[in-house]
Design a protein around this ligand. Structure first.
Ligand SMILES: Cc1ncc(COP(=O)(O)O)c(C=O)c1O
Length: 424
């Protein structure tokens, strides 16, 4: 393919063509060869959990046998979903999100990633009044997939978090209130649980932020891809409710349906209306499969039990296993390490102090051994100050089989040990 020359690429295209984290991560997922030595601890695929897969397969078969299949395959939805599905979602989600929702609060997208690429551009860049607004992350590291979604450059802003030691080889990032500044901010964004760290933003800190955002009518976007009401991987932390001033996003991906591509946005009617215009232009319509599957899952009220009895116990057990496997390999090889308290989601965020190589180089050395991880440097969009963690941390998924985790831990520990100066 002939490379695009500068005169044929917009500034946005030129930025996109620089190697972004999300592209590298998703391409790693797509370039898997199936080689038996491959160890896939990189991407955000959920685990294959047989009990969940059986439920989804039954749901799929019901649709395949339905005389309405012709509509599913042969008709477009409205841009953000037909009213029937939006009303159903509003009614179903109302008690789960502690609010009286109507269809005017609901928009469906082809994955929540797809929704964010619109939301972030609605709330940032050059505004109708001529001002320039940025997107503030109250805490970084934050989800790799937000970076590069805005058409305009230089739209992200973040402060380094507080680093709070929480125990032997453990720490947690805390929200640094001191440098919180809403000047020229168009929206505040957080994922809860946070991808990549597994942190769960405390409700009191959210209230503190909202006391300030609400005075300035700045929307707070809370990404619940791993949160409540499904898959609800929030351990004992409090769930998030919908309230005026908030835009919430839910995803079907982390319950086990990433291939279906369904994201649900809950927001005020004005934002939903704008999203509908965006969706018509960019997508024409949301895909049918996700909303049809949602109809079955919501009408039969399947997801609360699935989350409680299948997903949460599965991920909690996997987490315990993964921690014991990684810690035992790190100890065997004399690796210095710190793990972020894994409160929710399904990733481990690990810091290796005193590394003589960057985390990006570590990623490449692991990849040479067919071990896929994600370098942590991608997860700090908008951070302009020095923070050693940007170069010292990696993200791992623990959704894989025990023997794969064990091989991965062994390789990672060996590589890190050979590039780490001992502090003692
Ligand atoms: C925090 C977070 N938000 C959003 C997404 C996007 O998910 P999807 O587009 O599959 O709904 C992901 C995917 O990994 C994620 O981790």
């Amino acid at each position: 393919m002939t490379p695009m020359t500068d005169s044929f690429a917009s500034l946005w295209a030129s930025r996109l063509r620089q190697n972004q984290g999300i592209r590298s991560l998703m391409e790693d997922l797509g370039q898997v060869t199936g080689h038996p030595d491959e160890i896939l601890l990189g991407g955000g695929n959920p685990a294959h959990i047989p009990e969940a897969e059986e439920i989804f397969a039954t749901c799929f078969q019901t649709l395949a046998n339905d005389p309405n299949l012709t509509a599913l395959l042969g008709d477009y939805q409205a841009p953000i979903g037909n009213d029937r599905f939006r009303s159903l979602a509003a009614e179903y989600l109302s008690p789960h999100l502690g609010a009286k929702l109507t269809k005017d609060n609901i928009a469906f997208f082809n994955g929540s990633q797809n929704a964010y690429s619109y939301l972030l551009n609605i709330h940032s860049g050059k505004m109708a009044d001529g001002s320039f607004k940025k997107i503030l992350f109250p805490i970084v590291p934050e989800y790799i997939g937000y970076a590069d979604q805005t058409i305009e450059a230089d739209t992200f802003l973040a402060n380094a978090p507080d680093v709070i030691p929480t125990g032997n080889h453990r720490f947690r990032y805390g929200f640094n209130k001191e440098n919180f500044d809403l000047s020229n901010i168009g929206c505040v964004v957080m994922s809860r649980p946070t991808n990549p760290t597994g942190n769960i933003f405390p409700i009191e800190d959210i209230q503190w932020i909202e006391e300030r955002t609400q005075k300035k009518s700045i929307p707070l976007l809370i990404d619940l891809a791993y949160g409540n009401p499904f898959p609800n991987l929030i351990a004992t932390e409090e769930p998030i409710h919908y309230a005026e001033g908030r835009t919430l996003s839910l995803s079907f991906s982390k319950i086990g349906l990433p291939g279906v591509r369904l994201g649900i946005i809950i927001s005020n009617p004005d934002t939903i209306e704008t999203l509908s215009s965006y969706a018509a232009v960019g997508n024409l319509a949301v895909g049918n499969l996700g909303v049809y599957m949602m109809e079955i899952l919501f009408r039969k009220n399947i997801l609360p039990d699935l989350a409680k009895n299948v997903l949460r116990p599965f991920y909690e057990k996997k987490l315990e296993l993964a921690i014991s496997i990684f810690e035992s390999e790190f100890k065997k090889s004399g690796v210095e390490y710190e793990i972020h308290d894994p409160l929710g989601g399904f990733f481990l965020w690990i810091r290796f102090p005193n590394l003589s190589i960057s985390n990006h180089k570590l990623y490449h050395l692991c990849k040479d051994k067919r071990l896929f991880i994600v370098s942590g440097h991608y997860f700090f969009p908008g951070l302009n100050s020095d923070f050693s963690h940007t170069k010292e941390c990696i993200r791992l998924t623990y959704c894989r089989k025990e023997e794969e985790l064990a091989r991965g831990a062994h390789i990672l520990a060996k590589i890190v040990a050979s590039h780490q100066a001992k502090s003692k």
